[in-house]
Every structure is written in structure tokens, then in C-alpha cells.
Write a protein that binds this ligand. Sequence first.
Ligand code: NAP
Ligand code: MG
Length: 519
Amino acid sequence: MLPPFRTEPFTDFSKPENEAAFRAALEKVKAEMGRSFPLVIGDRRLLLDQTFTSINPSRPSEVLGIFSKGDVSHADMAVATALEAFKTWQYTSVADRARYLLRAATELRRRKHEFSATMVLEVGKSWVEADADTAEAIDFMEYYARQAMRVADSSHLLVPNPGEQVGLYYIPLGVGIVIPPWNFPLAIPTGMLTAALVAGNAVILKPAQPSPWVAWKLCELFWNQGLPPGVLNFVSGPGSSTGAQMVAHPKTRFIAFTGSRDVGLNIFEQASKVPPGQIWLKRTILEMGGKDAVVVDETADLEAAAQGIVAGAFGFQGQKCSAGSRAIIVGDVYDQVANRVVDLTRKLQIGAPDIGPHIDMGPVVNLDSMQKIMGYIEVGTQEGELLLGGSPVETAEGGYFLPPTIFGDVTSNARIAQEEIFGPVLALMRARDYDDALDIANGTEYGLTGAVYSHDRARLEQARREFHVGNLYLNRKCTGALVGIHPFGGFNMSGTDSKTGGPDYLLLYTQAKSVAERL
Ligand code: NAP
Ligand code: MG
């Protein structure tokens, strides 16, 4: 029997020993910079001539790793290899499969700061954000290991039938493609990967191009546990060609994707096609974007609300699907909250996060992202009043730094109030009253997270009923979901609401088989 699941505690960086340990991890990871990484397909390690680099967005000339650029032929090879490995992996016992996850969790806990430091360098996470990402990855391993053992044989849930022995077994699907985004570059691939593996599937991981290094370290962690070759394959390369080929392949049984709305929709469409030789309907688990809102009414603790708005909007530079990119404030308290939000935001420290734990905001992930966000800031200046930020922060090393940017008096149909910007841009919106605020909050095509700050019981209950989001938070910020505590996933264009870290998540990676034997 395993001890009950508990979330991994976060690191307190105000303790000198923790700060020292994290600095040592940064040094260790920096000493590993610049290596070349192969594709790993079964027991083959393919170092290709075609490559792409992973860079540090704080100092773009710093090359962290050189990665092989897998093409469609490698996608095909990986599917064939995984299919072969699946033949035996599917019949390994669930307890054995769960043990791989538990051993990986132990090893990750031991090397926690090394993984977090990798994310500080590769995607510009602050120490606190990186530490939370690693903690979440550990949580997924521990949680899905337990869940697999609980659901695999669900025969006890059936009604007995005299004269028959009945069983209900959640068996694996087959070969799955795991396609994560770069913004939780450890936790998200870990979640999708571990659920797929522990359920008995064989997997190909196609990391996001900005964050292959931490994805590689994750796979290596599993290979080091002695996972049979071909059960977990690593194929780095462009999503639009190599990833798309794996999605379309007739032997692919399921796709676990987390990323943007547009790519999610494309995968949904491609996966619905049935090419010759395909004898199933592909399962798609698609978690997509958000345009999340924080609602504040006149009864709320306004200081708590302002702090929650700032943390939700600017944590990891606003590059979270759960980021509160809209703050909807009822008219009576709008000015007061807006002023306080601007004051608190001014205090945020921007810089290369490897400098130290005092850096609140690092760079955005790459030049494309920076340009896209700057495009929205342009749009924002037409649509609202620029209260803070707006122009890039120049650094000697040319890092992709944008300041926290706040627009006031943004209207509900403005583009910056409707479209996911995925950067440090907050729209403040004035509502007539609470009902109007909820209408505005629900007035996008997304439905991922939302928060309400109010001390009015009836209004909190109304939000429970009417605020149509997968993750609703009352009197707290809209980011920071914990595994096992806040099952995560959104409605509408935010995806298929898979509820990662929730009690039913693993079932998505299985199919149920009912067996009855006449006695
Ligand atoms: P993205 O651009 O959609 O990319 C996600 C993944 O899809 C990457 O690995 C990408 O590979 C791959 N990809 C791109 N085109 C593909 C295609 N045609 N077929 C198959 N795969 C393809 O998203 P991102 O920029 O990495 O991440 C940010 C987005 O993720 C935001 O919209 C955010 O809201 C969302 N997100 C959602 C959640 C959630 O739980 N709902 C959590 C985190 C993030 P390349 O990198 O090689 O292009
Ligand atoms: Mg992208």
C-alpha cells in the first residue's frame, strides 16, 4: 500500500541553504550547455544533420542544446517502433508500470533544482515558477501511479450476476502521441506522458520547439529507470510537419495535446480523418487556450483582489493558459482597484531569472512571441488607455523582455479582451454591476479559469452556477492549480476539459473491457 498522495511542497528561497542549492544547480546545468541531442526511437539514437537550437530567452546568443530535427520519416519510424513495443508493454502489470512512475518521482525529487534550473534557462521562468513546475511534475507521477492501480481493475464496481463472474478492466489504447506546449515544459509533458504510460500505452513525445532540453531530461529520467525500449520515444522536430504526420498516421490511436486553440482545432480536424489502414477512431485529448477573467465587486477585500489580479496576470510573464488577462471591476471600486493594481505591478522586478530569486518576471519565450505580444500592445493603445508598460525593456544581451503592461477602460468586444495574447498584458474592464461583470466574464469563446472576489454570499453562489469556466476560484487568484486538489481543464474553446490531476483523468488513456464468464 502506498501512503496517501500529498502535493510536493514548494521551496522556500528565503532560506540561504535553499538559495545556495539552487545556485549550485544553475551552475551544474550551465556546465552542460551546448550539447547535441539525438532522436530516441526504440533503442536507436539518431543524431541528425538537420538540427535546431534551444536558446536562453534572457540571452538569445546562449545556445543551451542542439536538437535533431526529426522529419516525417522519423515520425513514421517512431510509430512503427512504438507499435512493436506496445505488444508487450500493454500486458505488463499495472503495479510494475506504476513503479516506473514512482521511481521517476523519487529521482526527480532528488534532482529537483536541476530540472527547475533548466527551465529558468530554457524558458525564462523565475525560481518560484520553475520550482512549482517541477513540483507539479512530481505530483503527476505520484498521483497517476496511484490512480492507475485504483482504476485498472474496476470489477468491484459491477453488480454481481448469479452464475456469472463479471469483470471490468480499463485496458490501454495503443500508440499515443504526446504534444506539449513550452510554457509548463516539465509538468505538462510529465502529466500526459505518465498517464499514457501507466495506463499501458506506448508513447512518442514531440516536445515543443522552444523547450526540448527539459523534455529530454524528463525522458532520460524514465529511460534511466529501465523502461523497455520503444515504450517512450523522443522525436524532436517541427510540430507543423513532424507532429502533424504523427497525428495523421493510421496506427496512431490517440493524441494528447496541450497548446493553442488554433493548433488544437487543426489536430481535432486531422485526427477525425480515417486514412486507409486505420481501423479505429482516434481519441483526442486537447487542452487549449484561455482568456481568463478576475471579477471584483464592491464588497470584496480590494487589497486581496489587487494582489490576486497582479499575480494572475504577470506570473511567468502572463504566459499561462490560466493567466488572468482580464480584470473586470464593478464601477464603484474600479478606480481604487485599478490604481492599486498599477502600484503593485510597478514593484515587480524584471530581469534574467538566473540572477536570483528576487526576479519576478523574466523574458517572454522567443522573438516571435515578443513580436506577437507587441502587436497586441499596438492594438491595445487603440482600444484602451495605456496605464503602464508598453515598450520592450532593452538589455545588453538582447533578451526578450517586455514590461508588465496594463490597459484601462477596455471594452468587452475589444480584441485585447477577446483574444489570447499569452504575454504580460492585462486589460482592466469597468462593469456596471455584478451581473454585468459576470456577463463580460462569460463573453469570450474560452472557458478555462476565472476568479471572483466578493464577500456577498448570494453573488458567490451565483458565480458557482453561472461563471462558465472549468476552474473557478472564489476569493483567490485564478492560477496555481494543484494536482489532486484542483482538477484542471476548460470549457468551450479552452479544450476537451480533460481535468488533469483529477480522479477521472487516467480513463482518457484507456478503453473499458467488460468480461462475463458463465460459471
Ligand atoms: P502551440 O503553438 O499550439 O504548440 C503546442 C505544441 O503543438 C507544440 O509542441 C507544437 O510544436 C505542436 N504543433 C504545432 N503545430 C502542430 C501541428 N500542426 N500538428 C501537431 N502538433 C503541432 O502552443 P504553445 O505556443 O507551445 O503553447 C501556448 C499555448 O498553450 C497557449 O495557447 C496556452 O493557453 C496553451 N496552454 C493550455 C493549457 C491548458 O491546460 N489548457 C496549458 C498550457 C498551455 P512546435 O513547437 O514544434 O511548433
Ligand atoms: Mg506556439
